[in-house]
Design a protein around this ligand. Sequence first.
Ligand SMILES: Nc1ncnc2c1ncn2[C@@H]1O[C@H](COP(=O)(O)OP(=O)(O)OP(=O)(O)O)[C@@H](O)[C@H]1O
Length: 755
Amino acid sequence: MQKEQEFIDRLYARVDVLRGDAAESVTDALIPVGTGQQARLERDLLVVERSGLLAALNAVDGSLCFGRIDLTEKAGGAVHHIGRIGIRADDTAHTPILIDWRAPVARPFYLATGHTPMDIRRRRHLTTEGRTVTALHDEILDLGDEERTGFEDPTGDAVLLAALNSARTGRMGDIVQTIQAEQDRIIRHSHRGVLVVEGGPGTGKTAVALHRAAFLLYEQRELLAKRAVLIVGPNPAFLGYIGEVLPALGETGVLLASLGELFPGVHATAEDTPHAAAVKGAETMVDALALAVRDRQQLPEPGAPLVIPHDDGDLILDWEIAYEARQGARDTLLPHNLARPHFAFRIIDALTAQLAERIGADPYGGPNFLGPDDLALLGKGVAASHEVHAAIEELWPQLTPEAFVADFLAEPVHLDDEDAKAVRREVTGPGDWTPADVPLLDEAAELLGVDDAAERAAAEAARQERIAYAQGVLDLSRGSETYEFEDEDESEVLAAHDIVDADRVADWYEEEDHRSAAERAAADRTWAFGHIIVDEAQELSPMAWRLLMRRSPTRSMTLVGDPAQTAEEAGVGSWEKILAPYVEDRWEHTRLGVNYRTPSEIMDVAAVVLRDGHPGFEPPSSVRSTGVRPWVRDVSDGSDGSDGDVVGAVAEEAVAATPEEGRLAVIAPRRLHGALAARLPGVVAGGEPDLTKHLVLLDPRQAKGLEFDRVIVVEPGEFGVSDLYVALTRATQTLGVVHGGELPDSLQGVLVTQA
Ligand SMILES: Nc1ncnc2c1ncn2[C@@H]1O[C@H](COP(=O)(O)OP(=O)(O)OP(=O)(O)O)[C@@H](O)[C@H]1O
């Protein structure tokens, strides 16, 4: 222990130096450096680099080193300490003193077993509190090795069990110290396309996906720093729950978002009925929306042309002219807003010809009197007419995705009557969008296109301005060189103008304005992410998949889910069905089979429910047991002293069971939330739940993906099989059931009656 403490002391001494260096150079770099172009550029680069290192050092402080592997004599006998990030010594060779857990050298720490020791003779887990070593656990992997340290852990799982039994905080922690071999294989999986991670509740799917993100950020640092990683979760509360895992691993270049946040400028928080969400998510929406866009490309009624007043006499925009123009514009195959100028051009052309015909026609049948200059002038007049543009706008309006989808929802077309009725609603403000509307907005944006000609022109003008400015700065730097260096013999020193030109500098200025890749990605609908991780992927609708696939042109994705926990009607049943349209069969399937969350006493009960409702699914097996069986309290006949009052009984049980350390969740049908909130201390009904509170009230959908020390499930007879399975598998310690209504058959006889 003493020796490890000495190592940790040395390690932190080095970290303190590194941190001091990093902080100093950030501070130094922030001092204004005048107008010297090169100095400013270097300063900016340095600030970014050093503040990244500083953030990583700060994030992992206190839990920097957690493991050690000792190689066998035959393999050289080296000793490697393993940590959350890598640290090198200050020697000329930059010798590693702490190995990043993601480095290949660290891999045996996770994979070596007595059967396959991978040249390791001893694996050690170090537990630290702050900078103090508090416990060591050793596993001997080379059975011929006689040396004993006194810290041997015969079962090899003491550290894992301690982690699994520890009180929950309402925030997920990293598992980097105890990643299991089956999990490690997925985290480091070499497949670069779509990787599916399937497994029952508590098998660590979410944890594995997050550690895979950290691994990929390490392995493909350059690419992913530029293109960013997107993590999609089912709702903001869940994202809050998992949001601290990657920063704790020193990784911050990640965007976490729920579906409702994936259309820039929209924060969709309103709710749909399950039926409406299912209709909006179905693939039939693709055609419905495409046809609705075509409906907006109109023609005047035959025989009832638009009459447009004009200085040189009325212009007649009839069915034929509009039809020809619409056909020509549609033939470009461009999205609606981009095809619009083609439509407008053709209309203006036809109306100009009409005018020329009228003004310049030779009454005796000869050629038109007007020459090309006259025609050009006439055309200009037509093109400048507000009335002409109003007519074009009437027939082929410029549309935004928001306005178009709002119109579609107010009057749904190209859907059957029942579906149209389910989705019909008024969207009057930004607060009315639902998550299921977001893929529709995205689809609409594709169909409509953005006519950004004006924006592009403005951007180009701004760029030209930057180039001119940069050129000026470079000229200044050239001019000042003689002055700055005239007394010193430093003319060999490279100055900015020697290595860059104004174009490059202008680009740097542009980048300087910009945010991190993840921030830029959040604001850009067309951003192509370097990697996308989707949690609870089984819940996403076909329309949501279309949106995500647009964000991932390289199809570098990790999809995590458990079909047995699918709740949404819109969800897609099988991975084959989801993926075939995008990657055919070029995707890899992996499975996790051990439940780390739920003790076997609880999992046995959940397994009965699952097998009863979904016979095809196999529940995972629990890695531990607590000896505490789940209980039930039946208030229906009032014999338990509750007078049949479910809410009162739940309040009583919850107050008695709320832990001082750790969390308790009451999972109840929505209809009871108001009454329960009134009786449960500190609980508010509605809105996003605050998971850091000791007592939390949720419905099964909100509970998905989360976990608590204790759980009380209320009126399980009101839940469908998947929701019930989710609710029953959230506890790490104890589970209770309170009901006044019918208990589902599958729960009869498997719970102990509460005394
Ligand atoms: N190797 C491990 N070491 C320590 N804890 C682990 C390990 N693997 C999983 N866990 C813990 O088990 C719990 C369940 O993990 P996680 O939430 O990732 O499971 P899941 O498969 O996503 O579950 P669900 O489908 O129910 O959402 C978490 O507390 C996680 O930290």
